[in-house]
Design a protein around this ligand. Sequence first.
Ligand code: CA
Length: 239
Amino acid sequence: MEKILIVEDEPALLETLSYNLTRQGYEVVQASDGLVALKLAREQQPDLVVLDVMLPGLDGFEVCRILRKETSIPILMLTARADEVDKVVGLEMGADDYLTKPFSMRELLARVKAHLRRIRIIREEMVAENAAASTPLPAEPTFTFTNLIIDDNRREVLLNQQPLRLKPKEYDLLLFLARHRGIALSRDLILERVWGWEYDGNSRTVDVHVRWLREKIEADAANPTRIVTVRSIGYRFEG
Ligand code: CA
């Protein structure tokens, strides 16, 4: 469960934010002033902070500046003023994003979700890259898995010495999987790395391409042994 620290001194708004974020399945920690916020951020190690600018004692900018020295978690600032100064100052202090009051709860939830997803993918990438780094890459960008050969110099895939016709994204997906052989990769990570941030698709895109690939490279696509499904995560390439 992801944990969110909400820092807001207006009781009604604090209540509304807590209610909505809890209902989305997040664990919520609350603070209504800057000093308590810093204390809770250190003790509770939240995954994201929703931080009001105007707070008694230490204001949101100051809290943001101090937190940013200690952690890289996303900080989403809330400001009452619609002027650009708050935004600029907030971003200079290291905030990742900001919303001007009054904001829609839907918008806030969407931003929270997007930031947490980004952080999750970055963490996963680090794990996958570390694992991939410990497996020495072949000198030539060619991957051989018994009767399946991926030649990245020629962007060519051979199965039983016969060239396979792959769509560009099928090729990219197969290459990404092959480079991370033996590692469980989430659909989100695959989507981000093969299709890119800008792509407006969803994880079903990954499933569809995996299905197409399986039809081409598996002996029996209904019982895949090369690209195996990892339940509730995504896929793992076995070779
Ligand atoms: Ca306030």
